[in-house]
Write a protein that binds this ligand. Structure first.
Ligand SMILES: [Zn+2]
Length: 345
């Protein structure tokens, strides 16, 4: 990456109202069949243009191609029954009706590879593609076959590795695994979660990232956050092992969060996508606020490893707010780039 402090988003951007209900998480598609394929591609073009105009350096599809960050991937697998659902507690936080693993899981065909190829054709900028992480996938299902979270996660890791290798082959520069579950099940993360993640990236030459956040600004998450106290030290439990892992980039929530920034010292040496945009509020950050977060992060992250980012996805926001936040992120990064250039003179 040539640009210092390259900006990106953690994941999703708002969907146009003709594709899915706006400002709603996981809202169903409004179209079907060939019309849906064409509409997703058009939405991807729009999302890409929003990022380009805002000056985002590492671009993505804005997750216009998926309805849910986990289940859209699982829908393409064998061994999972979507018709007869069961209710489970997601991340120990909220009940959800989820699909059931009924037999051995395997990938029927590539899931996002065609979409990623399409994105690659639309831009020369570096592109990032998000996949769910193995532990978060396990946590979004009821397992009636393996009866072991670890075994199922390992099977998912192998499947994700197949998909990741094909994404790399069509020109994806950074493959990101979303692992919000890493913030909840510390013991399992250290026992097998990070090992499964490393299985998912085995043999990849492109860069790899793991996104660990405190979730979208939905009620179940904001209620949970209230129970976490004034300092959120969850990252502390898993950073030492992540630091020693093969993952290149760690994507974290920082701005307006109660995460003590000094915890980033524990992963010194890794590239860090620093969340400098709060996705749980409609208030658009000023460039100076973004710069303040980045300046603080620079105490613990070397400048060549700092990647300004959003705390999480922006799907539930209005397009106007998301656009303003993208612009603020770029402007804030530019302030720090100028400061770094001056201090090096
Ligand atoms: Zn997130």
């Amino acid at each position: 990456m040539k640009t210092l402090l390259p900006t990106s988003t953690a994941g999703s951007l708002p969907k146009p109202s003709w594709l899915a209900e706006p400002e709603t998480l996981w809202s169903p598609w409004k179209l079907a069949g060939d019309e849906l394929i064409a509409a997703k591609q058009d939405a991807l073009r729009v999302a890409l243009q929003e990022q380009s105009l805002a000056g985002t350096d590492i671009v993505s599809d804005g997750e216009q191609t998926r309805q849910h960050f986990v289940t859209t991937f699982i829908e393409h697998l064998n061994g999972v029954d979507f018709a007869n659902r069961k209710t489970v507690k997601i991340r120990d936080r909220y009940d959800a009706s989820v699909p059931v693993v009924v037999s051995e899981v395997s990938r029927q065909k590539p899931v996002f590879v065609e979409d990623a190829k399409f994105l690659r054709q639309q831009t020369k900028q570096p592109i990032k593609w998000a996949l769910p992480g193995p532990m978060t996938m396990v946590d979004t299902l009821y397992d009636d076959h393996y009866h072991s979270r670890e075994k199922l996660a390992w099977e998912f890791a192998k499947i994700l590795n197949q998909e990741a290798k094909e994404l790399e082959a069509v020109g994806v520069d950074i493959i990101q695994f979303d692992e919000p579950a890493f913030n909840v099940f510390f013991e399992e993360v250290n026992d097998w979660g990070i090992a499964c993640l490393e299985r998912a990236i085995e043999g990849l030459k492109c860069e790899t990232a793991v996104h660990i956040c405190y979730g979208y600004g939905i009620k179940a998450n904001t209620d949970w956050k209230k129970t976490l106290g004034s300092e959120w030290r969850q990252y502390e439990e898993i950073f030492p092992k992540l630091q020693a892992s093969n993952i290149d980039i760690i994507s974290l929530e920082c701005h307006n969060s109660h995460v003590p920034m000094e915890l980033m010292e524990l992963v010194r040496g890794k590239k860090i996508m620093v969340g400098a945009i709060d996705v749980a509020t409609n208030t658009i950050e000023t460039p100076e606020e973004v710069a303040t977060t980045l300046r603080e992060a620079l105490k613990y992250v070397d400048a060549d490893k700092l990647y300004p980012c959003t705390n999480c996805g922006m799907a539930p926001l209005s397009r106007e707010v998301a656009r303003g936040k993208l612009q603020a992120l770029s402007a804030g990064a530019e302030i720090i780039r100028n400061e770094l250039a001056t201090s090096n003179d």
